[in-house]
Every structure is written in structure tokens, then in C-alpha cells.
Design a protein around this ligand. Sequence first.
Ligand code: 13P
Length: 285
Amino acid sequence: MAFVSMTNMLTQAKHDHYAVAQFNINGLLWIQAILETAEQQKTPIIVAVSDRMVEYLGGFECIYQMVLTTQKKLKITVPVALHLDHGATVEHCLQAIDAGFSSVMFDGSHSPIIENIKNTKVVCDYAKNKGVSVEAEVGTVGGNEDGLIGGINYADFDECIKLVEETKVNALAAALGSVHGKYSGSGPKLGFKEMERLNNHLTIPLVLHGASGIPVEQLKKCIQLGHAKINFNTELVTTWADSVRKTIQENPQVCEPRLIMLPAKQALIEKMTNIIQIIGSANRI
Ligand code: 13P
């Protein structure tokens, strides 16, 4: 099966009050781990590449071929969206689409809203003809947002409505207090009231960025309030790094990458299985 856009999987998830996981890749091992987990759990899945990782991973075409070939080799039957996360420019989004990505996020959240809307619309118009889904962002997620480090800036309600109406985007990341990376102090302070208001006015699904470290009950509340896509990265990279460190510390002589990476892959599979079960997308296929 080729890649599918996020539109149907998110519409279904929103309707049935669960969320689909977005997991970001960092190499072939991650692609295998994500696809194997999705197939085992019978869940639709969003395989994502952060814009800043595209060159490191060999470019859009190389990433497309790696994921496609792995999908075929593992005989994956669940729906898979291949998604560009935090596309930094219109050009990057169009390049990803041309390379075969089935979904892109254009992140214009650091620009004035007029410019964000104008650029998001260019991406949406291009994507629409090709059956590719588009996610946009309003407000800013705290922490390190794909290389841009900043504070939390809550999404403005009117700006969200205007952007959705004018661009016809398929999903909206409305930043409402979440943070990329680790939460400090007393943890996340999510804007549930603002979330509820937006959800009451929008039919498209909301996207939660910076989900690592958000307590389970709050994740569930976000899902009840219209979030149908939830993005995880930090919990995965820390799981991977903890496993690699442990293997090397316990076996100082080990140098074959396979022997270091396979336990890390298993640790990733366990972490992702747990997440998929929490957000309710297991056994939906
Ligand atoms: P975390 O790294 O905080 O899990 O956020 C992931 C994310 O939102 C990717 O876009």
C-alpha cells in the first residue's frame, strides 16, 4: 500500500475520540520500529521527518524510498502517512510533496498571521490537487521548535478561525501551552478552556505538539477536546539514548552497531506500544 494522507485517519479518529500518533524518525531503525509497532497494534500511523533532519537522513527522495521499501518489505497493511514535520518554508513543503510525501506541515507560526495564512494557502493549493494533507500552526509551542527556540505563545482564537477558513487546511496545531522537549517545574499548563472554544468552532482536527511528558489524563482530555493527532519525539529519543547508554555501560567491549541498536529498537517498540494504547488508536484497523 502506498502512503495515504492524514485526512481520513484523523477524521475517523476525531469522530471516535481517539488520536493517531505521529512519531519522528531518526534513521532506518526508527522506520522499522514504527512500522512494526503500527502493524502489531493495528493502528493508522504518521511517520514524520522534522525539517531539520531531512538533509541528515539523505534528502526527501531518499527518505521516501527508505520508508516505502521498508513498508513493502515488512508487508505493512495499516494506513501510513509520510509527513514533513515543521516544514520551515513553502519550498520545502513543495519539495516533500514532489518527492512523494503524503502529508506536510507548513509552520508559519513565527511569522505575522497574514504571512502565515498567505504561505499556508500556497501549500494547501499545491497539496490539494495531489491528495496530500496539510497541517498549519498558529501560536508557538515552547522550547526548541525545530531549531527555533522560544517561549510559549498561546494561539489567538480569531487568527485560528481566519487561517482555517482562508486556507482550508486539513489539521491545525493551535499552540496552547505545550512545549517541545522536557517540561520544567510543575509541568504543562495547557489552555483547556481555549481548546474547548476552538473545538466548538472548528470541524477540522486539532494537533498536539510537544506531547512528551504530558500526563496521561491531560492527553485524554486533549483528545476529548478535538485533538486527533498527537506528536511524540522527546520520549522516543530519550528511550533510545537510555538503551544505548545501558548497553555500552554493561558491555564495554561491544562495538558492533547491530548489537547496540537492536535493544534500542526493542525499547522504542515498547515505548510506542504504550503510547498507542494510551491515545486509544490500537485495534482501529
Ligand atoms: P516532543 O519532542 O516534545 O515529544 O514533541 C514532538 C513534536 O511535537 C514534534 O513536532
